[in-house]
Ligand binder design. Structure first.
Ligand SMILES: Nc1nc2c(c(=O)[nH]1)N[C@H]1C(S)=C(S)[C@@H](COP(=O)(O)OP(=O)(O)OC[C@H]3O[C@@H](n4cnc5c(N)ncnc54)[C@H](O)[C@@H]3O)O[C@H]1N2
Ligand code: MOO
Length: 392
């Protein structure tokens, strides 16, 4: 009889140290200039400085008449936003019809809105208030002002602000790019899974989770089981991080460790003492990209993504870790050796376990808004909460 020898599993690393190693393995990429259209969600790598003043000139804040001195005023011309500015100085007793945003003529003391004006064809009168309805150059933002500091996350509003201040590109920490490899001959990607088949439930959740952790999925590739396709993919040109879904355990179709060994990868974490999700892995390929191996069971994959992938991406994106603690309001049994990640919903009385938390099912995490981190031997103390990525 042939006795089959199975690879000996190394002792899984504790959850906290594994996450610390994941964070530490991230090498902050050099800042790069990117067009505004690609900068949403990135972090500024240099302060955002006003290249121009806002407003850029003294401009009308209302549609009406720019006036000098007291009324009635002779209407000497008309200025529209984007049109030709008034040529010359406004003398006392003169007015220029003006549109909101148009530069006020030299000598203008206020703008009389249409609503307060009694106008004849070439004369206008009304109760103008000195200084009113003119926005002075630099009144909102002075040229050269630092408006956002290094590290600010670029929101839609920040991009609009940058554009208003004259920027076409911004120097940012680029979002780490992620390639997702979904392995498994039994995995199908649309429709109803037939006998012996299972729908890919990991590929669909990774883009949102990666975005939440500061990265961007550049491509998702489906790979058949087998060492060769996996090796070819990992040996080729690569994103900053490659996520391999499935193939992380020690079964006959679980080739990740062997392939990483063949490629001379440096294995940083091999197995984490966490339930679910213990067969997970972090390695660095010789060229520098990191590989994160996620288990095939979908909730285990999500737990592993939160454990190793998220800290790696946050580290690469220069994003600080978020921490939150809470009481647990509900029945939870600690594992004797492993950290448990328990789907919960936060409430006024603490985090309430939602159940449905088997490794093969995402039902519990889909009901939850956070994962409670229950350490081995836990005896009812406050626990760390990891907020799950929100929708939208
Ligand atoms: N002898 C041992 N066997 C297993 C161990 C172990 O320690 N010793 N660990 C178990 C645990 S825990 C997990 S989790 C799985 C991890 O296995 P793999 O990462 O190698 O993944 P597969 O074997 O390919 O698949 C496991 C399971 O998940 C389904 N699957 C795979 N990919 C997907 C996907 N994209 N979407 C949905 N479901 C997927 C697959 O059909 C299997 O049912 O290993 C255990 N075994
Ligand atoms: O990672 Mo497995 O059960 O812990 O699904």
């Amino acid at each position: 009889m042939t006795v089959l020898r199975h690879e000996l599993r190394v002792e899984a690393m504790s959850w906290g140290p594994a996450r610390a190693l994941a964070t530490g393995s991230a090498r902050l990429p050099s800042p790069v200039p990117v067009p505004l259209s690609d900068a949403l969600g990135c972090r500024l790598a240099a302060p955002l400085v006003a290249l121009v003043a806002v407003p850029g000139a003294d401009v009308a804040a209302m549609d009406g008449y720019a006036v000098a001195g007291s009324g009635p005023w002779r209407v000497a011309g008309r200025v529209l936003a984007g049109g030709v500015p008034y040529d010359g100085e406004l003398c006392p007793g003169e007015a220029v019809e003006i549109a909101t945003g148009a530069p006020t003529p030299v000598g203008a003391e206020s703008v009389l809105p249409y609503e307060q004006a009694q106008a004849a064809p070439s004369w206008v009168d009304g109760a103008a208030e000195p200084g009113r309805h003119i926005r002075r150059r630099g009144e909102d933002i002075a040229e050269g002002a630092v408006v956002l500091g290094t590290g600010t996350v670029l929101t839609p509003a920040a991009l609009g602000l940058a554009a208003a201040l004259g920027h076409d590109t911004l120097v940012v920490r680029p979002k780490p790019r992620v390639t997702v490899l979904v392995t498994g001959d039994e995995v199908v990607h649309e429709g109803l899974p037939g006998p012996g088949r299972v729908r890919d439930a990991i590929g669909p959740f990774l883009p949102g989770l990666v975005e939440w952790a500061g990265g961007r999925v550049a491509e998702t590739v489906r790979l058949p089981d087998g060492q060769r396709p996996l090796r070819a993919r990992l040996a080729g040109p690569s994103a900053d991080v490659v996520v391999v879904c499935g193939a992380s355990s020690i079964g006959p179709a679980d080739h990740l460790r062997k392939v990483l060994g063949d490629l001379g990868a440096d294995v940083i974490v091999d197995g984490v003492a966490v339930r679910p999700g213990h067969p997970q892995l972090l390695a660095r390929l010789p060229g520098g990209p990191l590989v994160v191996g996620l288990p095939g069971n979908p909730f285990a994959a999500l737990a592993a993504a939160v454990t190793l992938l998220a800290p790696v991406l946050r580290g690469l994106a220069g994003m600080p870790a978020r921490t939150e603690t809470s009481a647990l309001a509900g029945e939870v049994r600690a594992h004797p050796r492993d950290t448990r990640l328990v789907p919960v919903r936060r409430s006024a009385r603490g985090a309430v376990p939602v159940g449905h938390d088997r490794p093969g099912s995402l039902w519990g995490v889909a009901l939850a808004d956070a994962l409670a981190v229950v350490p081995p031997g836990w005896a009812g103390e406050q626990v760390e909460l990891i907020e799950l990525p929100p929708g939208g």
